[in-house]
Design a protein around this ligand. Structure first.
Ligand code: GLU
Length: 476
């Protein structure tokens, strides 16, 4: 019988988590959900120097905000608690002792300077440095004051990576690596293997930077008598341009920043999943149910995936347009400008509904909708900077706006009636729509863009529309 699928996300609490960083978690989560398995969160905090305050809470919040619920983890416990490596030191000692007892681990007798001298010597001789060439003959018993090293058994390996495919390496890549450092903390190389075994992890998802270490891990699995889990090493996420790995200086924001800016978790899940994975069709946007159903290890790309924030905006926009008006309003209302506070819900809902078409993320709402809630000062640059309007004499614009005022004041202010009257005016004036409608749009909104003109005026209502046209007229 197959073992139940158990995957894990094992971040080090060292700081922020960008969209690319959380992809590993998403893939591991999708795979677990697809197979009715479990998804586990584990903190790998054995490198105390790199740890950052607040990073653990940040990781938990990021997973929660993205809806990646874990079944076991540091804050919720589980059958293999604790899920924090620094609280598992006794467990690693026991496993280390097994290796010592079987003659597969030894106390490292060298000072860091001596090891460096070996390294320098190898470089001078143009040979790769291998610690095992200096393995001590009669190592002392390990007392914890020096590193504990693995006594490797160099050999060739061929194994299958679920993403990369078959990989073969020779014995020259196998070396005696450190299991436990002199500060008492285990290395990642050692403790992740112990934890994955104890926590019954069946599939490891992690970044491609770990692939080179796999032969050494396989050697250790063997020494411990363990069956290695399935491994899936993810391609790097590349910055725009595709030349280097995504980092903060490429504007890669923290996942929670995107959440704060009003990106939808379901859109982020779709976007992140398609960083390096596709379903073999042209489909670019997936509901989470579709992701769970369609995700497959063998459709994860081997080469780097490109991070493109414009694509994220497009994906998020398409999720926003799928929302019902009620849902959109509930999820976005906290982003409306402060000036919206005194307006009733029905009005605010209409405004949000009009913004839905062009909204990429909710934090754009104030910029897109402020004129619905307050009279903005007349901005002459909107006319002088407008391609069509700047070519028209001010006197002519004034006359046009005067006739617009008259026409609009006769309207019943339904969208249909406004549309009819505006079109009649257009015909009567002999003007281009880009002139007449832009003029009215600027006069009534003082914004460079707005939703459809008749829709906008209908929501603004008679009083506000006429007042604003009059203010604009007074400025000529
Ligand atoms: N702690 C490792 C990291 O943050 C995790 C690697 C793994 O998933 O095994 O890169």
């Amino acid at each position: 019988m197959n073992k139940p699928v158990r995957t894990r996300f094992a971040p080090s609490p060292t700081g922020l988590l960008h969209v690319g960083g959380i992809r590993t978690a998403l893939f591991a989560w999708l795979y677990a959900r697809q197979n009715n398995g479990q998804f586990i969160l584990r903190f790998e905090d054995t490198d105390k120097a790199r740890e950052k305050d607040g990073a653990r809470e940040h990781l938990i919040q990021s997973l929660r905000s993205l809806g990646l619920q874990y079944d076991e983890g540091p804050d919720i416990g589980g059958p293999h608690a604790p899920y924090i490596q620094s609280e598992r030191l006794e467990i690693y000692k026991q496993w280390a002792q097994r290796l010592i007892d079987s003659g597969r681990a030894y106390a490292d007798p060298y000072s860091p300077e001596e090891v460096q001298a070996f390294r320098d010597q190898a470089r001078a001789e143009k040979k790769p440095f291998l610690y095992r060439n200096h393995r001590p003959e009669n190592p002392k018993a390990w007392d914890g004051s020096t590193p504990l090293r693995f006594k490797s058994d160099p050999k060739a390996y061929t194994w299958n990576d679920a993403v990369i495919g078959d990989v073969s390496t020779g014995p020259e890549v196998i070396d005696d690596f450190i299991l436990i450092k002199s500060d008492g903390y285990p290395t990642y190389n050692f403790c992740h293997i112990v934890d994955d075994a104890e926590m019954e992890i069946t599939h490891i998802f992690r970044g491609q930077e770990f692939i080179a270490s796999v032969p050494n891990y396989l050697n250790l699995y063997e020494a411990l008598g363990l069956q290695p889990p399935v491994m899936a090493h993810m391609p790097h996420i590349m910055a725009e341009g595709g030349k280097r790995k995504l980092s903060k200086r490429d504007g890669a924001k923290d996942v929670l920043d995107y959440i704060r800016e009003g990106y939808l978790p379901e859109a982020l899940r779709s976007f992140i999943a398609t960083l390096g994975w596709n379903d073999g069709t042209e489909q670019e946007v997936f509901t989470t149910d579709e992701l769970i159903a369609k995700f497959s290890l063998n459709r994860i790309g081997k080469s780097g995936a490109l991070f493109d924030e414009r694509r994220l905006n497009w994906v998020n926009g398409s999720f926003i347009r799928e929302l019902s008006l009620d849902e959109l309003y509930e999820r976005s209302k906290s982003y409306l400008p402060k000036s919206a506070a005194s307006f009733d819900e029905a009005y605010k809902k209409q405004v949000v509904g009009l913004a839905q078409e062009r909204l990429k993320y909710f934090a754009e709402l104030p910029e897109l909708t402020d004129f619905f809630f307050e009279d903005l000062p007349v901005n002459p640059e909107l006319m002088s900077g407008h391609k069509q309007l700047k070519k028209t004499e001010p006197q002519e614009l004034k006359q046009l706006l005067e006739s617009a005022l008259e026409t609009i004041s006769e309207s019943s202010f339904t969208v249909d009636d406004l549309t009819t009257r505006l079109n009649q005016l257009l015909e009567a004036s002999g003007q281009k729509p880009a002139v007449l409608f832009s003029l009215i749009r600027i006069a009534t909104t003082q914004a460079p863009n707005s939703p459809g003109l008749a829709d906008t005026l209908a929501v603004l209502g008679r009083e506000t529309t006429l007042r604003r046209i009059k203010s604009q007229l007074a400025s000529f």
